[in-house]
Design a protein around this ligand. Structure first.
Ligand SMILES: [Fe+2]
Ligand SMILES: [Fe+2]
Length: 307
């Protein structure tokens, strides 16, 4: 089955899932989640510019807020990639435009929250946004099947990251906002997860290959951000998002939901893809365990050396 045939075959599933989504999605207003009374002018308007003492959140939560906002900021690139991979017509187009409208709320609300509460340096944030968006489209796959698989995983990863970042801020309002955004990401994840499930029924071997390749190459869309590696390490060390969570709370639940490990009826190509996937997950699991061990060792050494 060609990509174009698969796209057509999946269209009724897309329509079904748009209807399901519209029934469960909750409308919300960005302005309701921002503590405007905490805001004050910056220097251009006669107030004071940001200084580190303005922020009450810790460095890891701050890094994660920046990465999460920039990831949301890059929406035009994802929109472009989805339209390229899935087309703008019919049910697919309807979904992409609706999804884009929902995603656009995330960046605007998060930015308002951060600028009003002075949780991060707004000049640094703006410079990072300019660098990221001017660099062009992100690193996700542009073919249809890998793109849908990637987006399913990425929505689940983002849900978890927003949730844990909210908790890490230590700010009740921030936590409430990020929980609200995470609830949207969960519904997005369900949409893409259901589409991959349907693709597995229609084209099991090709879909299994797409899953294996995307899981192996998976990188969060924020990877292209300036200073991403350093910030990602800080976020991982704090336990907001690390390899252990990526394996246990993102990859495994969604792969089990798709039945990839116990699915029967695969051809040789599908079996080979599944074997590749299992081998990769084995290595990733070991890496995650090593990462957690080292993190615990570092924490123990720090505890011993502090008075
Ligand atoms: Fe989002
Ligand atoms: Fe989303």
């Amino acid at each position: 089955m060609q990509d174009v045939d698969l796209l057509m075959e999946l269209e009724p599933v897309v329509a079904e899932n748009i209807n399901r989504h519209l029934q469960v999605a909750r409308d919300w207003n960005p302005h309701d989640y921002v503590p405007w009374s905490q805001g004050r002018d910056y220097a251009l308007l006669g107030g004071q510019d940001w200084e580190p003492g303005d922020s009450t959140v810790g460095p890891a939560a701050r890094a994660s807020l920046i990465v999460n906002l920039l990831t949301e900021d890059n929406l035009p690139a994802y929109h472009h990639n989805l339209l390229t991979a899935l087309g703008s017509g019919g049910a697919w187009g309807e979904w992409i435009y609706r999804w884009t409208a929902e995603e656009a709320r995330h960046a605007m609300t998060l930015r308002d929250y951060l600028v009003v509460t002075r949780a991060v340096d707004p000049v640094d944030l703006e410079q990072r946004r300019m660098a990221l968006m001017a660099a062009g489209p992100a690193n996700e796959p542009v073919e249809m099947l890998p793109n849908v698989v990637y987006t399913a995983l990425q929505e689940l990863a983002t849900r978890l990251s927003h949730r844990n970042t909210g908790t890490a801020t230590g700010c009740q309002i921030g936590e409430q906002l990020l929980a609200r955004i995470a609830a949207d990401e969960n519904l997005h994840m369900l949409f893409y997860r259901n589409l991959v499930g349907a693709a597995l029924e229609l084209a099991p071997d090709r879909t299994m290959r797409a899953i294996a390749d995307v899981v192996r190459d998976f990188e969060m869309p924020g990877t292209g951000q300036p200073g991403f590696r350093r910030m990602a390490a800080e976020i991982a060390n704090s336990g907001i998002y690390d390899l252990r969570l990526h394996h246990d709370r993102v990859l495994m639940p969604i792969l089990r939901h798709w039945g990839v490990f116990d699915r029967t009826g695969l051809g040789p190509e599908g079996e080979a893809a599944r074997a590749d996937l299992s081998a990769f997950l084995h290595v990733l699991d070991a890496q995650a365990s090593r990462f957690v061990e080292r993190r615990e060792e570092r924490a123990a050494r720090k505890a011993l050396s502090s008075p």
